[in-house]
Design a protein around this ligand. Structure first.
Ligand SMILES: *Cc1c(COP(=O)(O)O)cnc(C)c1O
Length: 494
């Protein structure tokens, strides 16, 4: 049966999976959501024997129904290959009473690789299927990790260009170096003077600019998005929750159909939304523990039913979560509004105009799958240190937020259900914060020297992704004001 996607802001809009992937965002500004979440088509016993690639096919084929088996299997084979440093792709490590699902074994050592290594292939097939004549321009705002993962995925892909905007002072030195050293004639990277929300709003404004779109179309270009608003990012992220569950079962860690909880360090609400979809597919997930850093707009939302971005934007040691406008939350809002596009439209208009909205108590009652918590920078650092001291496992600053929020969850609820913590980045991406958390004096050392010191301390070798940029040449040095993003796009496209 074919699955279609509709817009959260206009239920009459209907798109196939490949059309939704090409468009990124619906024309009305809404996000594409599946008309119904499909059920897992195989038993747990069957899943337990599957490789990552086989699991990916099983899950993704339920959502991308207009892809042929051959097309989808080809995309999967090209994405989940030797770019990952382990054949399991997403291994689980048990430490201190939780299972860390390591999603950082891809080319750019953050979980964005899980989806962005396949998105270019999905996009290319989608363009072919829909007879797209124009060159596809991927326009992306990044809080640090999406940018590099998208660049790595799209560099030198024929008939595509990729443009990335990142907050100049809002990413780690390793993250920045990864991006500005990116090769490929079709790549463009610019820092903006502003924060991630400014970058994301600028990108959304360009997407919504009909006149600009027309102008570019005349020159043979069309925009698409590699941000987690694209269902081509969301669907591949469902896979690793199913895979993790099946592996826990295969390894005898859980009983058949035993419920597990999932804790996710959250920013744009993409990763945890994928876990929510996995649950709706029938995966036995209990609570979805949504972990925020000091930018705790989601924590407040889950506690009060009021989403309010009117607050100071804080730069923290988990920069990829420094976000006050969590775009993917709109998909959940739509769901708890009983898929009422009018309600969604009204709330999103309030958010755009006043920076806040409140949901009804009937909607609030449908949030029972979620538990919101937050961890301060200090609490996250303490989590890194205590897990290291207890078992020698070093996690990154984002994973640490989820780890400490998970601790709070257990304490507050007494719920000891086995829990998977989404481990979203390698500690090598945030070496300074990690080394400081471990109590090491990092003063006077650059991030690469710190990486060497971390290798010595953790016994985990410095990843290729960091070695590769150690002495790489800076190829991008554009910095613009947030208002100049459109101009920068024009210049790059000639
Ligand atoms: C992007 C990112 C997050 C946040 O994920 P969302 O899907 O935006 O909620 C968390 N940790 C790391 C390391 C990231 O790169």
């Amino acid at each position: 049966m074919d699955l279609f996607y509709k817009s959260t802001r206009d239920s009459k809009v209907r798109a196939t999976a490949s059309q939704a992937i090409l468009q990124g965002l619906s024309e009305d500004g809404g996000l594409f959501v599946p008309e119904a979440v499909p059920a897992l088509p195989v038993s747990l016993k069957e899943l337990a024997d599957m490789s990552y690639q086989e699991t990916a096919y099983t899950v993704m084929s339920c959502f991308l129904t207009d892809f042929t088996e051959e097309e989808l299997k080809d995309c999967i084979a090209k994405a989940y290959d030797g770019k990952f440093d382990l054949p399991e792709i997403a291994p689980l490590t048990k430490a201190e009473g939780a299972y860390y699902l390591e999603l950082f074994h891809g080319a750019t050592i953050a979980f964005k690789d899980m989806a962005l290594s396949i998105l270019p292939h999905l996009m290319t097939v989608s363009a072919r299927k829909n007879q797209v004549k124009e060159e596809i321009v991927i326009l992306t705002a990044t809080s640090g990790d999406t940018g590099k993962a998208a660049l790595a995925g799209f560099a030198d892909v024929p008939r595509t260009r990729i443009i990335v905007f990142y907050p100049k002072d809002g990413v780690s030195p390793i993250q920045e170096k990864q991006m500005v050293t990116q090769k490929g004639d079709n790549t463009f990277v610019a820092g903006i003077r502003g924060n991630f929300d400014d970058a994301q709003s600028g990108v959304k404004a360009i997407f919504g600019d009909a006149a600009f779109k027309e102008e570019l179309s005349g020159k043979g270009f069309r925009f698409s998005s590699a941000n987690s608003i694209n269902i081509g990012r969301l669907v591949p992220q469902i896979v690793y929750y199913v895979y993790a569950y099946a592996k826990l079962f295969a390894d005898g860690e859980i009983e058949e159909n035993e419920r597990i909880n999932v804790a996710v360090p959250t920013g744009n609400f993409g990763n945890i939304l994928a876990a929510y979809y996995a649950k709706q597919m029938g995966l036995p997930i209990g609570k979805l523990i949504c972990a925020s850093n000091d930018n705790k707009v989601l924590y407040d939302f889950f506690r009060t039913g009021c989403y309010d971005r009117n607050r100071e934007f804080l730069l923290t040691s988990s920069p990829s979560m420094d976000i006050l406008i969590s775009s993917n939350l709109e998909r959940l809002i739509y769901q708890i509004a009983d898929q009422n596009d009018e309600t969604d439209r009204r709330l999103m208009k309030e958010l755009a105009e006043s920076g806040r909205y409140e949901i009804t108590s009937a909607m609030e009652e449908k949030l029972g799958d979620f538990w919101g918590g937050y961890g301060s920078q200090e609490e996250a650092a303490a989590a890194i240190r205590s897990v290291y001291e207890a078992v020698g496992y070093v996690m990154d600053t984002h994973t640490a937020v989820a780890s400490c929020v998970y601790g709070k969850y257990r304490k507050e609820t007494g719920d000891n259900t086995k829990t998977v913590i989404a481990s979203t980045a390698s500690p090598y991406k945030f070496t300074r914060s990690v080394m400081e958390a471990l109590g090491k004096n990092a003063e006077g050392m650059d991030d690469f020297e710190l990486a060497d010191a971390l290798a010595e301390l953790s016994g985990v070798p410095v990843p290729k992704a960091v070695e590769g940029i150690r002495s790489a040449k800076v190829l991008h040095n554009t910095v613009v004001n947030a208002e100049e993003m459109k101009q920068a796009v024009k210049e790059f496209l000639g």
